[in-house]
Structure formats: C-alpha cells, structure tokens
Write a protein that binds this ligand. Structure first.
Ligand SMILES: NC(=O)c1ccc[n+]([C@@H]2O[C@H](COP(=O)([O-])OP(=O)(O)OC[C@H]3O[C@@H](n4cnc5c(N)ncnc54)[C@H](O)[C@@H]3O)[C@@H](O)[C@H]2O)c1
Length: 384
C-alpha cells in the first residue's frame, strides 16, 4: 500500500520560463526518494492566458486558473506560492502573498532594488509564521555541495582568493530582440547584477563572507536592440559586471571576485566557484557538471590538482545512478525539495542541512549590489 505523504498545495504566479520549471519539478517528484511530503499544483496565474494550455495538457490537479493573482491569495486550495514574475512586480506581489498568510518561494533578486527588498523583508518580519525563501538552485549542484562541505570543514587554511560567477552568452547577438530583462523599469537599475547576482553570491554569503567594500566595473556592450516590431530601441541595462570585493572575517582577509555576465562569448548559464587557500583549493563549474578539482598542499609538497568525476551525488537521494550527470532541472528539483522540506518539517529538522536562500541573505546581496552600482557609476571603491 502507498505510504501517505503530506501534500503541500502550491499556487504558481508567473507561468513563464521559471514557472514551467517548477511545474516540471513537481511532476517528477517520484525522482526523489524517501520524502514524506509532495507538492501538488492546485492553482496557476499569469497575465497571459495562452500559457494555461501547457498546464491543462499536463496537470489534472489544477483547480484554479486565473489572470488575477489575488484569486490565489484568497483560495483555501493554496498553502504556498511560487512566484516568478518580472522584478518590478516583486515588492507588490511578494508582500501581498506573505500578508495573505501564504508561504512563498520567491524568485531572485527579491525586489527590484534595495528599497523594494526592505519592504518585502519588513512584511516577512510581521508574519513570522509564514515560511519564505528565495530561489537559488546552484548550491544544490553536487560540486557546489562539496564546496559547501569544505567551507564548513574550514579546509582552506588562509584563504587566498574567492571567485564566483554566472556567465551567459545569448546577448552577444545584437539582433536578439529586447525583452523585460533588458529594460531598466522592469529589470531594475542593477541590470545583469540583479538578474544574476544571487547565483554567485549565495554560497559566499552563507559562508559569512560579506564584503566590506567593492569596486565594480559595469559594461553596457549592446546599447540598442530591436523591439518586437523590429524597430531599434535603447537597451540601457548593464550587460556585464565584475565586482572586486574585499572580505574581512574574524580571522580571514581576502579578495573576492564576483562576475555576472550576460555577454560572455560561448557561455550558456555557466555558474562557477573557485576558492584557493594555503592548505586546500577547490574549483567547480556547471560547464563540466561532473568534474570537481581540488588541491591539497602541505609545506614542501607537490602542487598537483586532483580531478574527481562526481556524478549524481545529491543532497536529497534520488533514483538516478551515481555515475550519471547532473543538470539545471536537477538543481531546481533539489532546491524545491529543500523548500518543501523546510515547509513540512521546519528548518532545523530537514532531511539534509542546506536550506534555501533566506530573506536575510537577499538583504545582504542587495547591499552588495547597491554598493556595486554606486561604485560602477563613480568608478571608485565603495564601502558596504
Ligand atoms: N532561478 C533561476 O535560475 C532563474 C532563471 C531565470 C529567471 N529567474 C527569475 O524568475 C523570475 C521570472 O523570470 P522568467 O525568466 O520566468 O520570466 P518570464 O518572462 O519567462 O516569465 C514571467 C511571467 O510573468 C508573467 N506576468 C507578468 N505580469 C504579470 C501579472 N501582473 N500577473 C501575473 N503574471 C504576470 C508573464 O506573463 C510571464 O509569463 C524573475 O525574478 C527572474 O529573475 C530565475
């Protein structure tokens, strides 16, 4: 007889690229082993009704389809919401969702700017019983999980340098049509940093490596793009950002480089992290999803990097054999398991310890991005 699992009834607001990814993750929950909870999608919302068809074709659990997100907030069929809408809507939508008492996984950057983020965090503070987290899936890649383990084990000795980034390349094409992610009023003044910054910052911030200052170099490489009618219009968002930060902890002082690139020739959503230290170094990139490079060093010893094929070593066990490759949708599934685990069991009693990015971590990342924006404009080091 099938064992009973706790059903977590989800509404989804924003059925675009990421909304569908959540739908797909929920639909293959059987991939995950030994979990006592399961998400059910009971309600969907998007301003564009045409997007409902895919859900109608694939989900028979949906009871409510609407273009008005307030319908989900008032629905007794919805316990929690995944919200994946353009950045200019985050503050209004997220605060309404949380005020309605619905748990929420919201997409990054969790507010179009620091003021919007502060508004969201204040409403979260007023609703301590509502579980809220920010989407960020890369820490759930097997190589990233190892990096986190090494950080927790303090393996590095004196840290020499940390470098992390998220690199895209599709905007290299000057004829790619403009969309909301390239418009300041919808994506935000941060440009590529708001869009991509949480990815490289999540693990360092969780490690306590909050920069004390930043010198940012910001580039707007393609300044015009065709609109939907083929007319050239201004494209004003920052395409690429390189942040040179100084990190000072109780016992460490080191440089940290953060890259968020929309134009990195040849890279398709490449996330990477590299930490070098006097005793131990590690490097992982989603470009080579199985490969973890590490180097241990003792005085006088050889400096030889070790290359390990990690395979499918996940935070939450799955049906997939350990020899196979891990990918983007697997990262999302693992992150979803972590959010549902936190909802079902509480953060201290999860099946594994790595919880999703917290509202406090989104605040820290906004502080870094706001200072970086200022630094890029003034061409100066800015204290955070
Ligand atoms: N975690 C990740 O790896 C990742 C990747 C891409 C995007 N994102 C984030 O996800 C969010 C959404 O990005 P996306 O790529 O899915 O965008 P998208 O444009 O594909 O989807 C956004 C959806 O929101 C809908 N929408 C707009 N206004 C609405 C309204 N008033 N009511 C209801 N629906 C409305 C649009 O119709 C669209 O379908 C952003 O915050 C983005 O930063 C995260």
């Amino acid at each position: 007889m099938a064992r009973a699992k706790r059903e977590l009834r989800f509404g989804i607001i924003g059925l675009g690229l990421m909304g569908r990814e959540f739908g797909s993750a929920a639909a293959r929950w059987c991939h995950l082993l030994n979990l006592d909870f399961v998400p059910r999608i009971t309600a969907i919302c998007d301003a564009n009704e045409k997007l409902f068809d895919w859900w109608d074709d694939n989900f028979d659990s949906v009871k409510l389809r609407t273009t008005n997100y307030y319908d989900l907030l008032g629905s007794s069929e919805v316990d929690a919401i995944y919200c994946a809408v353009p950045h200019n809507l985050h503050a209004q939508f997220y605060t309404d969702i949380i005020s309605a008492g619905k748990h929420m996984l919201g997409e990054k950057p969790f507010g179009i700017d620091a003021a919007a983020n502060a508004q969201i965090v204040e409403v979260i503070r007023q609703h301590p019983d509502v579980v809220v987290a920010c989407s960020s899936e890369f820490p759930f890649f097997p190589g990233a999980q190892r990096v986190i383990r090494y950080i927790n084990e303090q393996r590095f000795g004196q840290i020499i340098e940390v470098s992390s980034g998220l690199l895209h390349s599709s905007d290299l094409d000057p004829n790619k049509k403009i969309n909301w992610k390239r418009m300041i009023h919808m994506n935000g003044e941060y440009g590529c940093m708001g869009d991509l910054g949480m990815h490289p910052l999540h693990i360092p911030l969780r490690a306590g490596w909050m920069p004390k200052n930043v010198r940012a170099m910001l580039s707007n490489i393609v300044t015009q793009r065709p609109d939907s009618n083929g007319q050239m219009v201004p494209c004003e968002t920052w395409d690429n950002a390189t942040l040179a930060c100084e990190v000072q902890t109780a016992d460490q002082n080191f440089p940290m480089y953060i890259q968020t690139y929309r134009i990195s020739p040849g890279d398709t959503n490449t996330w990477f992290i590299r930490i070098t230290g006097t005793k131990f170094s590690v490097e992982y990139s989603s470009k080579f999803p199985k490969t973890l490079r590490t180097m241990e060093y003792t005085s006088g010893g050889e400096q030889a990097w070790k290359v390990l094929d990690m395979g499918y070593e996940t935070a939450y066990p799955t049906i997939t054999g350990g020899i196979f490759e891990f990918g983007f949708s697997d990262g999302l599934l693992q992150m979803w398991a972590a959010f549902c685990d936190q909802l079902a069991n509480g953060r201290d009693r999860m099946h594994q310890p790595y919880y999703c990015a917290t509202p406090e971590e989104t605040m820290l990342h906004h502080r870094v991005l706001t200072a970086a924006l200022e630094s890029g404009k003034q061409k100066q080091v800015v204290t955070i």
